[in-house]
Design a protein around this ligand. Structure first.
Ligand SMILES: NC(=O)c1ccc[n+]([C@@H]2O[C@H](COP(=O)([O-])OP(=O)(O)OC[C@H]3O[C@@H](n4cnc5c(N)ncnc54)[C@H](O)[C@@H]3O)[C@@H](O)[C@H]2O)c1
Length: 442
């Protein structure tokens, strides 16, 4: 089977490389000339761990084009992975999906092929495919669903920083299908791609659209629950968030993932998927109170850590804070809705001077903050420039912090994910672990 991937961004480039690395002939299509050219030169168009190596291995089977006709002519199945930006009401805009599908449908109209499968991976508001996308393809292509073309909704559950391993080893392959034949085609593809044996869930297209949003709404609810628990633990001497969540996670009804207790969730998916779930419920006259509370906790979590930092800053003459970690998580340059960025923004409002460091997100941070903050080229520079450091991601580099990095005496370290080994520090350091009680000097 020959595949095409339309939209070669953070998810699409990885999907195309994974398909090609697993032996499929893949043609990528994007409106962005640079992304197309990068792929044709064997270069990853975006940063993602393992992507460059995978692209090199997959190169003979992966090429890219700006012409949608190539996707129709040279493949049997087209995966659409284009952006679906959030609108003011929280719903997803499908305008890019409609653009891309309209072009594919026009190419389909001209094609002499009998059948082509369209698989949508972009996150959409439930109902979009049946209500808008299928009628669009039928109108433009002049073909009928399930005879001239098939349609599937096939979202991916990946996290930036681990896209490749998540894609190749999913817990779940979710397939919303226009008919059995369409779904069966995707099952065959995933049998050739997955390195594990994931659960395959097949259902109607609208059910899959609801399932996708519900999974992320549920996961964010878990995160906000764990974060609430972490904050409560800080007020109870002797209470240890990690001991508690490990116990919770051992219960099969709960499971351990996304139950760490730390900073707010961010990035390009979780916050907006949660809000989209609220909007989707509202559209059906339901009040998604759990999802709303999840979002409210997520906002509060940043306010909580900022209050804590200001407490430690107290009446110090040095009104500077070093923020280690600006990406929304480790191993990605993406800073969208990241806790680190939101902490910096809140501290700037309090006239706190910021020096920031991130192993790979500094360029993104520069675009966002310009000269409002200082950028350090190493962790050590952060410790030299400030005696109060906040660690906001679990980047491996941060885990190595030891007494050798400390410059000022005293130095306060606020470790939001409890990744440091206190035994490696010395008595110059006041170590503050989020989720554990520490007496804050007034
Ligand atoms: N990135 C994630 O972590 C993630 C996870 C799950 C789902 N998703 C969903 O996947 C979709 C894509 O996300 P992303 O992060 O890869 O986006 P992205 O912005 O990184 O990449 C999108 C790509 O699509 C291209 N594009 C835009 N319009 C196009 C068109 N008409 N034809 C061809 N190409 C077009 C852009 O040039 C860009 O290269 C979104 O709906 C997102 O919600 C993303």
């Amino acid at each position: 089977m020959h595949l095409s991937v339309v939209g070669l961004g953070k998810l699409g480039a990885c999907a195309a490389a994974c398909f090609a690395a697993k032996g499929f002939d893949v043609i990528g299509v994007d409106i962005d000339r640079e992304a197309v050219s990068a792929i044709n030169k064997g270069r990853a168009p975006i940063y993602e761990p393992r992507l460059q190596a995978l692209m090199e291995a997959a190169r003979p089977r992966l090429r890219a084009s700006q012409d949608y006709r190539d996707a129709i002519q040279e493949s049997d199945v087209s995966f659409l992975i284009v952006p679906t930006p959030s609108m003011d009401d929280g719903q997803f805009s499908s305008r890019f999906v409609e653009d891309a599908l309209g072009q594919l449908a026009a190419a389909l109209k001209e094609s002499s092929k009998d059948y082509h499968l369209l698989a949508l991976s972009s996150t959409v508001s439930p109902g979009t495919t049946d209500r808008t996308l299928i009628p669009l393809v039928e109108a433009v292509s002049g073909r009928r669903l399930n005879t001239g073309f098939g349609m599937c909704y096939n979202p991916e559950f990946i996290a930036l920083g681990t896209v490749i391993s998540d894609f190749l080893n999913p817990d779940l392959v979710l397939i919303g299908e226009s008919n059995d034949f369409a779904g069966e085609q995707l099952v065959k593809i995933y049998e050739g791609v997955c390195e594990n044996r994931p659960h395959v869930a097949r259902m109607s297209i609208v059910s899959a659209e609801v399932a996708k949003l519900s999974i992320n709404a549920y996961v964010t609810m878990k995160i906000s629950f764990a974060n609430t628990l972490a904050t409560i633990c800080e007020a109870i001497p002797g209470a240890d968030i990690d001991a508690i969540t490990t116990a919770l996670g051992a219960d099969r009804r709960i499971a351990p993932h996304y139950l760490k207790g730390g900073l707010s969730y961010g990035g390009p998916c979780f916050p907006r998927d949660n809000r989209a779930f609220v909007a989707f419920a509202r559209e059906h006259q339901q009040d998604a109170v759990l999802a709303k509370a999840t979002d409210a906790v997520n906002q509060t979590q940043v306010a909580h850590i900022v209050t804590k930092i200001l407490g430690y800053l107290g009446s110090r003459t040095d009104r500077s804070v070093a923020v280690l970690g600006l990406a929304y998580k480790a191993n990605t340059p993406v800073i969208e809705e990241s806790a680190g960025v939101r902490i910096v923004e809140a501290l700037l409002k309090e006239d706190v001077a910021i020096v920031a460091y991130d192993p790979i997100a500094l360029d993104s941070a520069r675009e966002r903050f310009g000269d409002k903050i200082r950028y350090a080229s190493s962790m050590r520079e952060c410790f030299a420039r400030s005696s109060l450091c906040v660690i906001t991601t679990t980047a491996d580099q941060f885990r190595t912090i030891s007494a050798a990095d400390i410059v000022h005496n005293p130095t306060t370290i606020v470790d939001c994910w409890r990744i440091l080994r206190p035994a490696l520090l010395d008595d110059r350091v006041q170590y503050v672990a989020l989720g554990k009680s520490t007496v804050c000097p007034q």
